[in-house]
Design a protein around this ligand. Structure first.
Ligand SMILES: C[S@@+](CC[C@H](N)C(=O)[O-])C[C@H]1O[C@@H](n2cnc3c(N)ncnc32)[C@H](O)[C@@H]1O
Length: 229
């Protein structure tokens, strides 16, 4: 596994201290059958579950004893996502969020699918140790209707905000990120300006990892609009 990890994954910067991260937010580049014409294959490298498993080496270094993993998956990749959660040594808990995707006119998307026309993606919740202590909002809707952006695979920033509202302003790391987010360490091979300086200056207030458990007021303000249930 060491060799695979070295070959595919740049280590997280040393500024992320050992055993410090309480919240991981991951959107893995799942490999789908279907050839080179699939959108994600043109946009970025896709990885097998066996390769993704090797990221565990870096995750283990930074994960706090009690830590939450929120992982994006699609219907077809549900089983692999659960397997990857196990391989990373987290325990599957539940489906945390369902993203009901909307067109710009706010009508539900009618995507492709072998059986029904897909219109949703999911964030699975998993944990190591005790994670219920992190929950600071017990009134959040599981289903979130949010407009889809034009960029392939892009997830609404709303969900990162919801995770902070739900689990607090804890030290957090986004895996396979494509944009920097304020308050988050963001790691991924498509991030613009992935220098340590940028990484550190993108923190909330100073160069330290966010600490504490401040509740944040949620604003439904993302790319496009979202309907509240
Ligand atoms: C599903 S996309 C993430 C989309 C992102 N959540 C967003 O909202 O835009 C997966 C990302 O993982 C990145 N990736 C693929 N292989 C990687 C590797 N070996 N190391 C780091 N990132 C990788 C891809 O380039 C892509 O940016």
């Amino acid at each position: 596994m060491d060799e695979i990890c070295k070959k595919f994954f740049v280590p997280f910067p040393k500024e992320i201290k050992d055993n410090s991260i309480s919240l991981f937010y991951a959107d893995p580049p799942w490999h789908y059958k279907g050839g080179k014409n699939r959108g994600e294959v043109k946009e970025y490298d896709c990885l097998s579950t066996e390769t993704l498993e090797a990221l565990k080496i870096h995750i283990n270094r930074v994960a706090a004893k009690d830590s939450v993993l929120a992982m994006w998956t699609t219907g077809p990749k549900m089983q692999e996502a659960c397997e990857l959660i196990d391989k990373w040594d987290f325990r599957y808990k539940t489906v945390l969020f369902v993203w009901e995707k909307l067109y710009k006119n706010e009508k539900p998307i009618k995507g492709l699918g072998h059986y029904t026309r897909s219109a949703t993606e999911f964030i699975l919740l998993a944990g190591r140790g005790h994670i219920t202590k992190f929950v600071c909002d017990r009134n959040m809707s599981q289903v979130q209707e949010v407009v889809r952006s034009d960029r392939h695979s892009e997830k609404p920033h709303l969900f990162a905000d919801l995770l902070v509202q739900l689990f607090g302003d804890v030290p957090r790391l986004e895996l396979f990120a494509r944009t920097q987010k304020k308050g988050w360490f963001c790691w991924g091979n498509q991030i613009e300006c992935q220098t340590i300086e940028h990484w550190l200056t993108s923190k909330t207030d100073d160069s330290s990892i966010p600490k504490g458990k401040n509740k944040r007021k949620h604003k439904h303000k993302t790319e496009g609009s979202s309907k509240k249930r």
